[in-house]
Design a binder for this molecule. Structure first.
Ligand code: SD4
Length: 330
C-alpha cells in the first residue's frame, strides 16, 4: 500500500479471521495494488462505517442476501447507541429541533431503488427505503406519507422528545463545526457480493440545522448513491447541496464505465465539480466507490476523509489525503 497517499488509521480485528490489516486498496495512480477480485467487498463512509461493514460481512458469510447485508449493516449505524450520534434518530436535529431522516437503497440486479426523505420518528429509515423498493410501485416517499407507510409496514417508531432536541440544536449551533468525522452524519455502504452482484444503501439525519423539509443528496438516486450492476457503485457524504447539483454518484459510476478505477473516478468527479462550482474545492464533498472487478477507493475535498473497507480476511479504516482544504463547503 502506498502509505503516503492512503494512510492506514486503524483496523481493529474484524472478529472474523482475527486479521486487522486492511486490504491495500488501489492508490488512485492507475496502479491497482490490492488484489482485485476479493469478494465479498464492502466499503462505507467514515470510521463508524467499520462496525456496519463487519455486520454486513457477517450477514453475507452467514448466507444472507446483499440487501440484508446493506440493511443490517446500516442498522448498526442507525442505532443511536453507537456513539457517533449522527445517523438515525440520535442524529442532528433541523433548525426546528426535529430530526428528519433521509435514506435510500439500491439493488444492482433489476436496477431497483427505494428511498425515503424527511422521515420522522422511525428507528430504521433504511428499512423504510427497502420496503418502498420491494413493496410499492414507487421509488421515493417523503415526510408524513413516508412515516405512515413505515408504520403500516410495522417498522419501529420512536417517540422523540423534540423539546430536548431543540435544546441540543441550540447548543450545537454555537459550536464551530470543522469538517471532522464526528460532524458528519451519513453512512453510505456499498456491497459487492461473492456472486458479483452489487447493492448499496445510504442513511443520514442530514446537515445539522437544515431548514425543516430540506432534502439532501443522500436519498436522491444518482446523487448520494448509485448502483449499476454492470459497472460498480458509488456513495457520497458531505454537503448534499454540493453533490446533488452534479449527480455525484452517477457521475462516478459513469467515469468507472469509461475505464477509470474507483479512486480515479472519485477524484475526477471532484475535479470536474470543482471546475464548474464557484466554490472551487471548498465543497466538503467526499465519495466512496467500488467496481465490478473487486476494486474500491475514495476521494474527498475534506482533509483526511476516512472510510472503512472490509473483506473476508480484513477490516479497517483508511484515510484519504483530500483534494481540497477542510472547510464547511456551505
Ligand atoms: C446531507 N450529505 O444531508 C448529507 C450530510 C452528510 O456528512 O453527509 N454529512 O447533505
Amino acid at each position: 500500500m502506498n502509505m503516503s497517499r492512503r494512510k492506514f488509521v486503524g483496523g481493529a480485528a474484524a472478529g472474523l479471521l482475527g486479521v486487522n490489516v486492511l486490504p491495500a486498496a488501489e492508490d488512485g495512480q492507475s496502479k491497482p495494488n490490492m488484489t482485485p477480485g476479493e469478494m465479498p467487498l464492502i466499503i462505507s463512509t467514515w470510521p463508524f462505517g467499520k462496525a456496519a461493514n463487519d455486520e454486513a460481512l457477517k450477514v453475507l458469510l452467514a448466507g444472507g442476501s446483499r440487501l440484508d447485508a446493506v440493511e443490517q449493516g446500516i442498522w448498526i449505524t442507525e442505532t443511536d447507541d453507537q456513539g457517533q450520534h449522527s445517523v438515525g434518530l440520535g442524529g442532528r436535529p433541523n433548525a426546528a429541533g426535529v430530526v428528519q431522516l433521509d435514506s435510500c437503497i439500491m439493488d444492482g440486479p433489476g436496477h431497483r431503488a427505494g428511498s425515503v426523505a424527511a422521515l420522522e420518528g422511525i428507528r430504521h429509515p433504511i428499512s423504510a427505503a427497502r420496503r418502498v423498493m420491494e413493496k410499492t410501485k414507487h421509488v421515493m416517499l417523503v415526510g408524513e406519507g413516508a412515516r405512515l407507510f413505515a408504520l403500516e409496514e410495522g417498522l419501529e417508531s420512536v417517540e422523540v422528545d423534540s423539546h430536548q432536541l431543540y435544546e441540543k440544536w441550540q447548543k450545537q449551533r454555537l459550536k464551530p463545526s470543522p469538517a471532522r468525522a464526528e460532524n458528519h452524519d451519513t453512512i453510505a455502504l456499498l456491497v459487492l457480493a461473492a456472486d458479483g452482484n452489487i447493492a448499496g444503501g445510504c442513511s443520514t439525519s442530514g446537515l445539522a440545522g437544515k431548514l425543516p423539509g430540506r432534502v439532501g443528496d443522500s436519498p436522491i438516486i444518482g446523487s448520494g448513491l448509485y448502483v449499476d450492476n454492470e459497472v460498480g457503485a458509488a456513495g457520497a457524504t458531505g454537503v448534499g447541496e454540493n453533490v446533488m447539483r452534479y449527480c455525484g454518484s452517477f457521475l462516478i459510476v459513469e467515469l468507472m464505465r469509461q475505464g477509470l478505477s474507483p479512486t480515479e473516478a472519485c477524484q475526477e468527479a471532484i475535479r470536474r465539480i470543482a471546475r464548474m462550482d464557484p466554490k472551487g474545492l471548498d465543497l466538503s464533498i467526499n465519495f466512496i466507490a467500488l467496481d465490478k472487478h473487486g476494486r474500491c477507493g475514495a476521494a474527498g475535498t475534506d482533509k483526511n476523509f476516512q472510510y472503512a473497507v472490509a473483506t473476508r480476511s480484513r477490516s479497517g479504516v483508511l484515510e484519504n489525503p483530500g483534494l481540497g482544504k477542510a472547510g464547511s463547503g456551505k
